[in-house]
Ligand binder design. Structure first.
Ligand SMILES: Nc1ncnc2c1ncn2[C@@H]1O[C@H](COP(=O)(O)OP(=O)(O)O)[C@@H](O)[C@H]1O
Ligand code: SF4
Ligand SMILES: [Mg+2]
Length: 330
């Protein structure tokens, strides 16, 4: 997959993370299976931010967790540089995985309420046996980097901090591991609107300072567009469209992406009503029994008989632009 060619990206170097045909399924009861992610491919380039966009229930978090091997995917490959993560034994996996860190949606519940900030930030270092005076200095430095005053927060516990401060602690904790890849799963969705922009700015700055590549998961088109170089749109565990985020609103052509754009304020003008969801079909179908052919067909205003019979393949339609739809011309 080609990148958008943004200046800080290095598309000539190989991908820092490669996900190939990743499937995530959850057995429920004796016979049923939730098809959360069905054959996902990702090439994350060094220095790139890839946005993953889709409404709630589309498999974004399952994909992010499976990349982290928490839990590992049902099948498929996840390579960090040249290291294949699937199938690694616990100790090797823990070490390899530390090169990748995840920031979750709810910062408060992802922190142990009994531990103090200084211990929370250093928690992951145990796998390296890193200790002593150097450790405290590194914690202080990282707290400053995420905009927290070490003298103020050092002995505080999560309930003594705001949601935004807790998310800063989570970011500090991730940075302490010196990762190459940061996976942010809706990192601002649980925060007050007033602090969302601060955390997004912090993530952008951090990415540059620490030379990270980032996967940024969200359901909000405007958030994903602003922070990402490229956007991947997921629907019921499958990729519908991948495109550079510059001109996302006008360049997006997949009917599902167009409906997402139409749902943001002012978006109706860019994505007119012919591609918005009909009132009768706004429910996401169950991932227990996804529609045949194109998974979006039960809600798609352009669906034809072919859409029920044949699954559309992801194919190139322009520079760095890929679409899975039978009815979008190349
Ligand atoms: N541990 C699990 N067991 C069973 N079903 C799950 C589990 N985790 C997620 N799911 C289901 O997988 C689908 C995708 O969920 P999720 O990955 O959380 O989507 P998103 O993050 O896009 O909202 C949903 O139908 C959800 O209910
Ligand atoms: S393949 Fe058919 S159902 Fe799927 S998005 Fe395209 S037109 Fe709609
Ligand atoms: Mg989620």
């Amino acid at each position: 997959m080609a990148g958008s060619g943004t200046a800080h990206m290095r598309p000539d170097v190989g991908p820092v993370l490669s996900v190939d045909q990743m499937v995530v399924e959850f057995p429920v009861g004796r016979k049923q299976v939730v098809h959360a992610v069905s054959g996902l491919n990702i090439d994350l380039l060094p220095g790139e931010t890839l946005g993953i966009l889709g409404e709630s229930g589309c498999g974004k978090s399952s994909a992010g967790r499976a990349v982290m091997q928490e839990p590992p995917p049902t099948s498929g490959s996840v390579r960090l540089g040249t290291t294949e993560l699937t199938g690694l034994k616990t100790r090797d996996l823990r070490r390899a995985r530390s090169r990748m860190q995840m920031i979750m949606q709810d910062p408060v519940s992802s922190l142990n309420p009994r531990r103090k900030v200084r211990d929370l930030v250093a928690e992951g270092l145990a796998i390296w046996g890193f200790d002593g005076a150097d450790k405290d200095a590194a914690i202080r430095e990282t707290l400053v980097a995420v905009g927290l005053d070490p003298d103020v927060v050092w002995d505080r516990r999560p309930h003594e901090l705001s949601g935004g401060q807790c998310q800063r602690v989570c970011i500090a904790r991730a940075l302490m591991m010196n990762p190459e890849v940061l996976i942010c799963d809706e990192p601002v969705s649980a925060l007050d609107v007033s602090v969302q922009a601060q955390i997004l700015n912090l993530l952008e700055r951090t990415k540059e300072t620490y030379d990270l590549s980032m996967i940024f998961i969200a359901h909000d088109v405007s958030v994903v567009k602003n922070i990402s170089d490229r956007v991947m749109v997921l629907y019921l565990g499958k990729t519908c469209e991948v495109l550079p985020s510059a001109n996302l609103q006008t360049a997006a052509r997949h009917p599902y992406t167009r409906t997402l754009i139409a749902s943001i304020p002012g978006g109706e003008e860019i994505a007119p009503a012919d591609v918005s969801l009909s009132a009768a079909s706004t429910e996401l179908p169950s991932p227990l029994n996804p529609p045949s052919g194109c998974r979006f067909r039960t809600r798609c205003p352009l669906a034809t008989d072919q859409c029920a019979a044949e699954e559309p393949e992801l194919r190139p339609v322009g520079e760095g632009h890929f679409i899975a739809c039978h009815n979008v011309a190349v």
